[in-house]
Design a protein around this ligand. Structure first.
Ligand code: KG4
Ligand code: ZN
Length: 345
């Protein structure tokens, strides 16, 4: 019998719950989205996120067990994101996991949200499965609202940071530009959709290089160039050229990401790569990565959209792998807004 793990993810604005077997097979994965609650404010309001987590989490856990016909006695461990994230949001998930652990005598483990993203490409369900021969070592590119990081990955927990963004994350660059052009929040997915009918060459945006490290990235120059152009054009012209603006801006982000990944592959000599995190849901990025991997004859893995953005299945799986090797958390485990010392960041 395969062991089954419960995953809880409340690090940001999605309340997510999942049931995942120890081999990564997803039995249940669902998120209560809070976009409607945050969009009037143009961004995530931490207090609103915490309040919604506290309303949504227990009903979601109930749904997971009932719809999957699972008893508490069938669950071998509870994995919960305890870092990094919004502190109030993390507390809701962590305190819930501890309470359930005490109540049902099930061990629990605090998991790094980033490790979850790095393991998301290895989840499986009826519609997706990574090839069996995809093994360590490989390069990992994690791109989300808070991170843009390149890792040399040599095993579970063996993540060596090669480089990261020096300023904004790729997701932030998407979201800020979306806000500037009136698309509201969250903007990444809207830019993705609108740009499909746009011309990538219509406007020219910078592709920044960081002189201090060939692996480092920077998106603040692009963000500023986007804001300047919007000001120069004025809202009327912006709206007229919306698709072209989105396509050209998006192309700059895609180019920078593909170039960094290509550099990492060339200089490590690795033949396998994964790309993960919310921005990896981007259609154009996926398209360009596909072209690049085929041209370079690399084995390349990207999760299906449902596991790109924040989800509890990736947390359950990260927890499952670690709890299977005997790692558990004590009841006084703290939540951390940032990655902790010795942790991947
Ligand atoms: O991994 P994620 O769900 O949460 C964090 O850990 O931050 O990533 C969220 C980020 C946001 O910036 C969002 O705009 C971006 O991922 N994102 C996208 C797309 N879907 C989500 N960016 C570009 N294209 C998308 N389709
Ligand atoms: Zn995330």
């Amino acid at each position: 019998m395969k062991k089954l793990y419960l995953g809880i993810e409340t690090s940001c604005d999605d309340t997510s719950v999942a049931l995942v077997f120890e081999d990564g097979e997803v039995l249940f994965s669902r998120a209560a989205n809070q976009d409607l609650e945050h969009s009037p404010y143009g961004g995530i309001v931490p207090e609103i996120a915490s309040r919604n987590h506290s309303m949504n989490l227990l009903p979601l856990i109930d749904q997971a067990l009932q719809e999957s016909n699972i008893q508490w006695s069938n669950i071998s461990g509870i994995a919960v994101t305890n870092r990094p994230g919004l502190i109030g949001a993390l507390i809701v998930g962590l305190v819930t996991a501890k309470s359930l652990s005490q109540c049902y005598k099930i061990p629990f483990l605090g998991v790094s949200h980033l490790e979850g993203h790095l393991l998301a490409p290895f989840l499986k369900d009826t519609g997706y499965k990574a090839p069996e021969n995809f093994t360590y070592p490989y390069i990992g590119l994690a791109i989300s609202g808070g991170h843009t990081s390149l890792y040399d990955i040599r095993g579970l927990g063996e993540y060596y940071l090669l480089g990261e963004t020096k300023d904004d994350a790729a997701g932030e660059a998407f979201d800020k530009f979306a806000k500037n052009i009136g698309l509201g929040f969250p903007g990444g997915v809207k830019i993705d959709q609108i740009s499909r009918s746009g011309n990538i060459h219509a406007f020219s945006f910078p592709r920044s290089q960081v002189s201090s490290s060939p692996y480092a990235m920077s998106f603040s120059g692009l963000k500023s160039a986007g804001a300047r152009l919007v000001q120069e054009l004025g809202q009327e012209l912006v709206q007229k050229n919306l698709a072209d603006l989105c396509a050209s801006y998006q192309e700059a982000i895609v180019d920078m990401l593909v170039e960094k990944l290509d550099y990492a592959m060339t200089h490590t000599g690795y033949k396998r790569a994964i790309v993960t995190g919310g921005v990896s849901a981007n259609f154009r990025l996926r398209e360009q990565l596909d072209v690049w991997a085929k041209k370079k004859q690399l084995q390349f893995l990207i999760p299906p959209l449902r596991y790109c953005t924040d989800n509890a299945a990736m947390i359950a799986y990260a927890g499952a792998l670690r709890m299977n090797r005997g790692e558990f958390s004590p009841l006084n485990l703290a939540p951390y807004p940032q990655s902790i010392a010795g942790d991947l960041r």
